[in-house]
Ligand binder design. Structure first.
Ligand SMILES: *[C@@H]1O[C@H](CO)[C@@H](O)[C@H](O)[C@H]1NC(C)=O
Length: 314
């Protein structure tokens, strides 16, 4: 998941913990729209000589459902009618638009980042922002071994988001030492091309039908996937999520020993959503997942200073 995803997850946790989740949409989201969407309209206008791009967004003053708010804000979205449709169909109707623009603000990890994203900087920001509040340092978390669909891989879960991001990165082959070229983080065209190929591989293997790609169904699996990654690792989910039926029902999560481990198909579907919404968006995930972790001998996932590349300032 991207920086936005994990950031979203933390804000979700913090909001529930401190009872802030009933902020109005506008107030809550404005503080996270930091990737200067302000400059976007002039940019497009200047470069393409077309009308400024009109992105979707949240209806001003709308108060969302506090339980689903950060992961699926359908009820407050200007394009809410498209949430119940296949993203393949929606994008067919908007061939020149970025899907993160159309669905801007629909979840805390879906914000239109503008036409020229800085992938390396975004990855570093994501890593830093996710250290709060649980990160205690390299290899301070429990060493776990994931068991899922016949494969095993191990990692230190140094922060809550590691349970998902490590397995997701490993599954996508986006970790360092899995073949992805680190230089692509600094070469947007190369990264987006690499991402496009990865997306095509995923679809060749999993062959998602249009009706498996209903936008809101995928959004609603975001936290359940996190729960299912905890399950695959055999570690407990944080209580605030373990007690939330929006998370546990779809995850099939009752306890650390009575739960469903994540399926590759579900991780693939999560990523493929971003592919369909635009290769820039899937490229963001790859950059973030690559920057933070690597595959080490013994099928252990290492992080940061254990890896060949560590982002500056992290
Ligand atoms: C995306 O949505 C956010 C929150 O509603 C808003 O602040 C931002 O301006 C929107 N971005 C674009 C490009 O419209």
């Amino acid at each position: 998941m991207t920086f936005m995803a994990r950031h979203a997850f933390l804000v979700f946790l913090i909001s529930l913990t401190f009872g802030l989740a009933d902020d109005t949409c506008g107030e809550t989201f404005s503080s996270h729209a930091s990737d200067s969407p302000m400059f976007l309209q002039t940019d497009l206008h200047a470069h393409k000589g077309t009308q400024p791009q009109q992105c979707g967004g949240l209806i001003e003053g709308c108060i969302g459902n506090p339980l689903t708010y950060f992961n699926n804000n359908e009820i407050c979205h200007t394009n809410q009618a498209d949430f119940s449709r296949s993203i393949v169909e929606v994008m067919r109707e908007h061939p020149d638009e970025d899907g993160y623009c159309h669905f801007n603000g629909s979840a805390m990890y879906i914000f239109y980042p503008g036409p020229n994203p800085d992938y390396a900087a975004n990855a570093a920001r994501g890593i830093l922002s996710l250290r709060i509040p649980t990160y205690m340092g390299l290899n301070t978390g429990p060493l776990v071994t994931y068991h899922w669909e016949g494969e095993t891989v191990s990692t230190h879960v140094d922060a809550d988001n590691y349970a998902l991001d490590d397995l997701y990165g490993f599954f996508l082959g986006a970790l360092q030492n899995q073949g992805m070229d680190t230089k692509a983080l600094f070469d947007p065209e190369a990264l987006e091309e690499f991402s496009r190929r990865k997306c095509e591989q995923i679809q060749a293997e999993y062959q998602f039908r249009d009706d498996e790609l209903i936008f809101k169904d995928i959004l609603d699996m975001n936290l359940p996937i996190l729960a299912q990654c905890h399950c695959a690792a055999g570690i407990p989910l944080s209580p605030v999520l373990a007690l939330n039926p929006y998370v546990t029902e779809k995850a099939g999560y009752r306890s650390p020993s009575d739960c469903k481990p994540v399926r590759k198909r579900e991780l693939a579907r999560h990523h493929y959503m971003k592919c369909v919404l635009g290769y820039k968006n899937s490229a963001f995930d790859l950059a973030y997942l690559h920057a933070r972790a690597c595959l080490l001998p013994g099928n252990r996932i290492g992080h940061l200073s254990e890896c060949p590349y560590k982002p500056e300032g992290v």
